[in-house]
Design a protein around this ligand. Structure first.
Ligand SMILES: [Zn+2]
Length: 100
């Protein structure tokens, strides 16, 4: 497997997303909304799935910071589509890629 995959979804490479992602992380003090822990690679999660609510994709009230563990759990419990990728890079501190 190559260490990097092209981002399937250009949304996550967009400047708008990268910008708002940072705003959410700072707003949430880089703490997980569920377990309140801080880990090296925090994810920003869409509370309402972006595919069903595209108009909320960049809405701060629909975004929250999650740690990799809770993020993976959310992804599976909500049955996110398999192409969902928050961070295409490797290095999720022991967590495999494609963990959904
Ligand atoms: Zn967490």
């Amino acid at each position: 497997m190559p260490p990097k995959q092209p981002t399937a979804d250009p949304f996550y490479a967009s400047k708008a997303w990268r910008g708002i992602r940072k705003v959410v992380l700072i707003r949430d003090h880089y703490l997980c909304a569920i377990c309140h822990k801080h880990m090296p690679r925090m994810a920003v999660d869409h509370i309402k799935p972006r595919k069903q609510f595209p108009e909320l994709a960049l809405d701060l009230s629909n975004l929250r910071t999650l740690c990799p563990v809770c993020h993976a759990r959310q992804g599976s419990s909500f049955g996110r589509s398999a192409d969902y990728k928050e961070r295409p890079e490797i290095g999720l501190d022991g967590f495999p890629k494609g963990w959904d």
